[in-house]
Structure formats: structure tokens, C-alpha cells
Design a protein around this ligand. Structure first.
Ligand SMILES: Cc1cc2nc3c(=O)[nH]c(=O)nc-3n(C[C@H](O)[C@H](O)[C@H](O)COP(=O)(O)OP(=O)(O)OC[C@H]3O[C@@H](n4cnc5c(N)ncnc54)[C@H](O)[C@@H]3O)c2cc1C
Length: 441
């Protein structure tokens, strides 16, 4: 059924960040304000039309791709206002369409920061709440993004605006709800005063898993490690850490985070030369550059250092599969098994990042409820990735691991792995008939 004429939707081709799912000529609506959104939603209800939210540009697989031609996409890009920074209560009230990277920048200029900052510069606030994102600054008090959130303004399925405080019954359903339990319009977040806009940034090379575990347990404000996908002894991995600096000079460098046609062309062109040999050389240089560094960086530049990370999927025509494996303990055993499997099967990851993760304050709709470690790894979407996926299913069963659903959806198709209620809702609302819609094969 079509909508009345007054709402202009744009027909655009959209795809998941990792390029595994896409939809041509998706009908996108960009409400200019809340009033427009309410009217549009009313019409969707009246015409029994379905919709999905896609505001940011960092979601994986099928999460923000409409399942059929009739469904609409709503982008809250224009609902991006910072309503109030309350300096006495250390809170910020903000609309959900703002990019987290913009929030980090504005807060930094006001000498504040948020917790659990996810790494993509095009992640919206609504997307970070809905995926209950974890950051390289997560800690025992703020384990996942939901722990930052004090209250929410939400548009319900039947178009009612409601305010939810942390103690409200439905609050937890919105955290990690992947858009299935209502549309988040505004959020009040906890913020932390910072001493300066800068951080002391350090890198340090290590050569085995024992060192990795020790380093990840150092008490730094920001901490994560990157491993060599070839696991060469001389550059097994590098840890990146940062702590607030007392240096108050201005170190901010303006970096253009938007890629233009030429940038994209370069990546498509480079894709012709990406193979295990060129990748091996790239990583040799990468680890030489980052072997040991110590410098002061602006906080925003630390989080969002270049646009190129965003363009990695352009190197692979069928996209990439991104897995984040969440481990309660046994990091060394699980990592050894993964390394062995990758080596035997000659699978070369695009990247492997390991960080410490922390139990969330509450049991949200979707959250990781233990302290532990996360291994994030990215693979070219091909037959070997499927091989790894099957291996992962065995690992999950034997070592009680979980998979961060903010990344791959693929794993949801395995019933044994996830809570059945989450699974059935996700299938009903996002994945059609258990098959991911418009999969790029
Ligand atoms: C380069 C990169 C780095 C990343 N780093 C991290 C990281 O460090 N930690 C981490 O945990 N994750 C990370 N992610 C994953 C990312 O946090 C999630 O994919 C996130 O959900 C993306 O949000 P978005 O705004 O880009 O996407 P969107 O497509 O806008 O939204 C993603 C999901 O949230 C729902 N949603 C969005 N807005 C709303 C709203 N207002 N109300 C209700 N539902 C809504 C959508 O329906 C969809 O299901 C990263 C992703 C990329 C690409």
C-alpha cells in the first residue's frame, strides 16, 4: 500500500557497512522534526506498512536493510540536536540522530566525555544504544553503552511518545533492542568531566598471548591490542593505550572523515592487488610503524584518526564477515585454538583486535553479562569464511562463548546459540523466513 503524497521519500541504494546485504532503491524518509516523524509513523500504521531505522552508516549484515520492497527506511539524521548539557548534574540531553563522533567532539570542547565510545565515526547515538555498544574505554562501572543512559524518550509501535527512566519497566528493552522495541528519539546520558582535551597515547609491541593478557589487564583508560594476522613472532601484536593528559595545549587536527569519489576509486583499484602476499607486507609495515610510540593526541583524533578504516569493505566485492567473540575466561586457550585453525586453513584475517570487556550494569535486552575479553576479527566473505563460521559454532558450544550480535547476524541462524525469544523476534522483524534478505552471494 502506498503512502499519501505529502511525504517525500528518497529512493536510494543502501547497503550494510560490511557490504554483505543491500537493497536497491530503498524508500527512505528523513523527517525534519518530531512532528513530521509522528505524522509519517501514523500513516505507516494506517497503511499497515513496515519500516526499519537506518540513521548511521555502521551497521552490519541485515540489521538496517528492509526485508522487502514495500518496507520504508526512516533516517533520523535531522534529529541530531544537543538539547542541554547540565554541568551541575553531569548529564547531556540529546536527540538520537546525532553521530557519536559529533557528540564526542562537542563534549570534548566542553571538557566532558561519554563512556563506552564505539570505534566507527558514522555510528548514530540511536545505533549505539540499540547495539549496546562496547568501547575500548569500557570499565567495571560502565561496561556497555547502556550503562551511560539515564533516560529515554521513545516512540512506541502505536505512535505514543513515552519517557522511560532507568527504573521504568521497558527501559532495558531499548538497550540492545536493535530497533525492535520502539524508536528512540532522545536520550539523557551520564557524562564525565575531563582534565584536558588531550590523551597520552602509547603503543607497545608484544610477542605472545601471555604478554597480551598481562597488558590488557593494565589499568589504562583506553586499551586494546591488534594482532598480526600472520602471527609472526617478531610482530605478534601491538597494544594501543591512552590516558587523559594534563597537557592543555591544542593538539586538535582537522581530519576529513568523508570519503570522496577519488578515495573510493583508490580502494576499488587497490582491491586488484589485495592478496595474502601484499597483505603480509602491509602488516609488516603497520607493525614497524606502531612498534613503540608515545605522543600526545587530541581525544577526538584518538577515537577517529582516519577515514580509511571505513573504506576497508570496498576492497571486497562480496563484503566482509566481522565476528566479535566474547569470552568469559580461557582467552589463551580460545585464542590458541583460533590461531591454529586460521594457520592450518590458511585464512588471513583483515584485522584481529583483542580488548577487555566488562559486565553491564543491568541485564538489558541484549548485553554481555560477564567480565572477559573480546576478539574481533574480520574475514573476506567467501568459502573460507564459511569454514571459520562452522568452526566458531563448535568453539561456542565447547567454551560457552558468545558472539556480539552488533556485528554478524549469520550466527543468529543457529538456534542453539542465542536466546530463543531474541531469535524469534529478530527473525520476525529483521530476517525474513530465517533467510537474510538480499544477501550478496
Ligand atoms: C568501523 C566500525 C567500528 C565499530 N566499532 C564498534 C565498537 O567499538 N564497539 C561496538 O560495540 N560496536 C562497534 N561497531 C558496531 C556498531 O556500534 C553497531 O553496528 C551500531 O548499531 C551501528 O549504528 P549505526 O547508527 O551506524 O547504524 P543504524 O543502521 O542507524 O542502526 C543500527 C541498529 O540500531 C537500530 N537503531 C538505530 N537508531 C535507532 C533509534 N533511534 N531507535 C531505535 N533503533 C535504532 C537500527 O534499527 C539497527 O538495528 C562498529 C562498527 C563499525 C562499522
Amino acid at each position: 500500500m502506498s503512502l499519501r503524497h505529502e511525504f517525500i521519500t528518497t529512493k536510494t541504494n543502501i547497503e550494510a557497512w560490511n557490504r554483505t546485504c543491500y537493497k536497491n532503491k530503498a524508500k527512505i524518509f528523513f523527517p525534519k522534526n518530531l512532528n513530521e516523524l509522528l505524522k509519517f509513523k501514523r500513516q505507516l500504521i494506517n497503511s499497515k506498512s513496515k519500516y526499519i531505522v537506518k540513521t548511521g552508516n555502521c551497521s552490519y549484515d541485515s540489521k538496517s536493510i528492509p526485508a522487502d520492497e514495500k518496507s520504508f527506511v526512516i533516517s533520523l539524521k535531522n534529529l541530531n540536536r544537543i538539547i542541554k548539557i547540565d554541568r551541575s548534574k553531569h548529564t547531556i540531553l540529546v536527540q538520537s540522530g546525532i553521530k557519536i563522533s559529533q557528540l564526542v567532539k562537542t563534549l570534548k570542547e566542553n571538557k566532558y566525555k561519554i563512556y563506552c565510545v564505539p570505534g566507527g565515526e558514522k555510528i548514530s547515538l540511536g545505533g549505539a544504544i540499540s547495539a549496546n555498544a562496547i568501547g575500548k574505554d569500557s570499565n567495571s562501572s560502565y561496561g556497555s553503552f547502556g550503562d551511560n543512559v539515564l533516560s529515554l524518550k521513545v516512540l512506541t509501535e502505536n505512535n505514543k511518545l513515552i519517557n522511560l527512566s532507568r527504573s521504568s519497566k521497558n527501559f532495558k528493552n531499548l538497550i540492545g533492542g536493535f530497533g525492535m522495541n520502539g524508536l528512540i528519539i532522545e536520550a539523557k546520558l551520564k557524562i564525565k568531566k575531563i582534565k584536558s582535551e588531550n590523551v597520552n597515547f602509547n603503543t607497545y609491541q608484544f610477542s605472545n598471548i601471555q604478554e597480551l593478557t598481562k597488558i590488557l589487564n593494565n589499568k589504562n583508560e583506553y586499551n586494546y591490542a591488534q594482532l598480526d594476522p600472520y602471527f609472526r613472532q617478531k610482530n605478534f601484536g601491538v597494544v594501543f593505550s591512552a590516558n587523559t593528559s594534563l597537557n592543555k595545549n591544542n593538539y586538535y587536527k582537522k581530519i576529513n572523515l568523508n570519503s570522496n569519489f577519488l578515495d573510493k576509486f583508490f580502494f576499488y583499484f587497490a582491491s586488484l592487488f589485495v592478496n595474502r602476499f601484499s597483505w603480509k607486507i602491509f602488516y609488516r609495515f603497520f607493525f614497524i610503524i606502531h612498534k613503540r610510540q608515545s605522543k600526545i593526541l587530541d581525544l577526538h583524533n584518538f577515537h577517529y584518526s582516519s577515514k580509511y578504516k571505513h573504506m576497508i569493505p570496498l576492497l571486497y566485492s562480496k563484503g566482509i564477515d566481522d565476528y566479535e567473540i566474547l569470552i568469559k575466561d580461557n582467552l589463551d586457550i580460545v585464542l590458541k585454538k583460533i590461531i591454529k585453525f586460521l594457520k592450518i586453513n590458511k585464512i588471513y584475517c583483515i584485522y584481529i583486535v583483542v580488548k577487555k570487556i566488562f559486565k553491564s550494569k543491568s541485564k538489558y535486552f541484549y548485553s554481555f553479562n560477564d567480565n572477559g575479553y573480546a576478539i574481533a576479527l574480520s574475514l573476506k566473505n567467501d568459502k573460507k569464511s564459511l569454514l571459520f563460521y562452522n568452526f566458531l559454532k563448535i568453539l561456542i558450544k565447547n567454551y560457552q562463548l558468545s558472539i556480539n550480535l552488533a556485528k554478524t547476524d549469520k550466527i543468529l541462524l543457529n538456534k542453539k546459540i542465542n536466546k530463543s525469544s531474541f531469535m524469534s523476534l529478530y527473525k520476525k522483524k529483521i530476517i525474513k523466513n530465517g533467510k537474510i534478505s538480499r544477501k550478496r552471494t
